[in-house]
Design a protein around this ligand. Structure first.
Ligand SMILES: *Cc1c(COP(=O)(O)O)cnc(C)c1O
Length: 222
């Protein structure tokens, strides 16, 4: 596995303006440093405990993304340094992020996660649930949160048309919310979609941020 080569080959083929989140979950520091040496700075983790450890031990100019939904009671451990939380799917979690943002005197960027896959196990909102959050008094009073866009995961399948349909759905949700709630917002602009197996389709469907793990670091052994 040549991590440096993998990351560079993905990045040279990315459309202008699209960001790569190198998903380093379960991988050791040495692997992250191999990617870091190529100049890459954006890494994604999905466990608070692993993330805080890596944050402490690795270079401080890394931009850390949380790619799942942190448990509310654990947000406090990442609030002072996290660059973007991709998996926000409840008002309760937003409240906690706002509270911890306030304590740390910063605005924390979040993406709303939508359920676009067929599998019922995957987390995420539908559009009506998102509207409910965005219309709530609680949301309007948040001072330390910035909603930077949307995130979703497609069904795990070989059916490319199914995957494409789901990414199109997320793109449409983004456009809808942009028009209804964020027309004047410069920060609402990210569509986080695409992983190792499906990111080429996600790029064709308008992704602005892909989250790639195994294609860079190799398969994970859980
Ligand atoms: C693990 C994970 C990824 C990366 O998955 P790969 O298939 O290894 O690229 C992307 N997004 C989320 C939310 C993940 O949990």
């Amino acid at each position: 596995m040549d991590i440096g080569k993998n990351i560079l080959s993905i990045k040279t083929n990315l459309p202008e303006g699209v960001k790569l989140v190198a998903v380093s979950k379960t991988k050791p520091k040495a692997d992250i440093l191999a990617a870091y040496k190529t100049g890459h700075r954006i890494f994604g983790e999905n466990k608070v405990q692993d993330l805080t450890k890596k944050y402490e031990e690795l270079p401080k100019d890394i931009e850390w993304h949380f790619i799942g939904h942190p448990q509310s009671n654990k947000v406090k451990y990442i609030a002072h340094f996290i660059s973007l939380i991709h998996g926000v799917d409840s008002l309760k979690l937003l409240k906690m992020i706002n509270k911890e943002g306030k304590k740390n005197d910063r605005k924390i960027k979040c993406l709303l996660q939508f359920h676009i896959a067929e599998e019922s196990t995957k987390f995420g909102l539908n559009v009506d649930e998102a509207r409910e959050i965005l219309d709530s008094e609680a949301y309007k009073n948040f001072t330390n949160i910035e909603i930077a866009g949307v995130m979703g995961m497609a069904t795990y399948t070989d059916d490319k048309e199914q995957i494409r349909k789901e990414f199109k759905m997320l793109y449409n949700i983004f456009t809808q919310l942009k028009n209804e709630y964020f027309a004047d917002s410069k920060s609402f602009r990210e569509i986080s979609m695409g992983m190792s197996d499906d990111y080429p389709i996600a790029l064709e469907e308008g992704s602005t941020m892909i989250r790639v793990g195994s294609n860079i670091f190799g398969a994970r052994n859980y």
